[in-house]
Design a protein around this ligand. Sequence first.
Ligand code: CP3
Length: 352
Amino acid sequence: MPATELNDCRFLKACRREPVDATPVWIMRQAGRYLPEYMAVRSKVTFMDLCTQPELAAEVTLTAQRVLGVDAAILFADLLPMLQPMGFDLEYAKGEGPVIHNPLKQAADIDRVRELEDVSSLHFTFDAVKLIRRELPGDIPLLGFAGAPFTLASYCIEGGGSKHYIRTKTLMYADEGAWQTLMERLARSLIRYIRAQVDAGCQAVQLFDSWAGCLSPTDYARYVLPYTKMVIDGIPAGVPVINFLTGNPALLPLIKQAGGSVFGLDWRVDLMTAWNDLGETYAVQGNLDPLVLQDWSTAKRQAEDLLTAVGRRPGHIFNLGHGVLPETPPDNVKALVQLVHERSAALRNTAN
Ligand code: CP3
């Protein structure tokens, strides 16, 4: 694959805020449970098999990129398997999502969390990256990803999903030293894990802080920002980082301090208002409400409005404001990708 072709692709140009012929688009969780091609592979194996067998992970990644026509592929993996070599007993229980059977119950338990000094036990992910990169079209970048320290910490402490993050916040407030130890161990482990994804062949990475929206700005600044910043500072310069957080627009000025060249916006903010607040010198990604994809006419109208609002300002990567929902008709996702390409190209030709 010629390196220049990849470097000049729409997606990476948009990360650098260079002009593009049409707005690049990809869909968070694009390879997942709404897609019949995914379900067909998944019906034969467990989710963990999918993550740990590079050929299967590659097939699922490549199929999603191809059938949707999106401008980037995202590695098929999950946020949590990296916690296994750190000492957590992870299971994807049927119908329940991820479960950690030995969560951290008190501050003293943090002593048993092993920092990931050596990422070789996660070789299946890096092997998948190599396989995918070999098969992907030369103008399609491959995104790596990981959970941000807070989102990972919430799984380590809650043992699964949570509504109010009571245990996580209680531990965080009760023993700030222990919290710091946990967050630093996660952050240093994440740097090694993400660097290995990049070394294996990813062109950009997204950091998912999916649950940090439960925090107030003051708590985010004190308990989370320094560690997210540590991770982003540890990613090699020149690799675009999409810093994504959902659920709390009041955190946006702080997310900017944590770093990254692209900010992932959820649908609870007006994209142009948020972008103007962040500053035009950053790229942004987002931010259609995933729910509108249930109905094509609503999705079409809202996507067109978003593209019109952005106009020709460079640095927009079209995406949903959060992951695509399992109930979504795949044809609507395909139609959205096509619409974004066509409408954004037309806007470039007609706008002054
Ligand atoms: O985007 C993609 O297509 C790549 C793969 C990907 C998965 N998980 C595969 C997956 C990505 C980027 C993730 C990220 C992830 N994993 C997040 C952040 C999501 C966000 O949008 O903020 C979180 C919180 C997790 C942890 C996780 N993994 C949960 C809560 C669940 C169960 C619920 C769900 O989302 O399906 C998983 C399982 C999981 N990860 C599935 C997939 C395709 C479904 C597994 C199945 O087939 O049963």
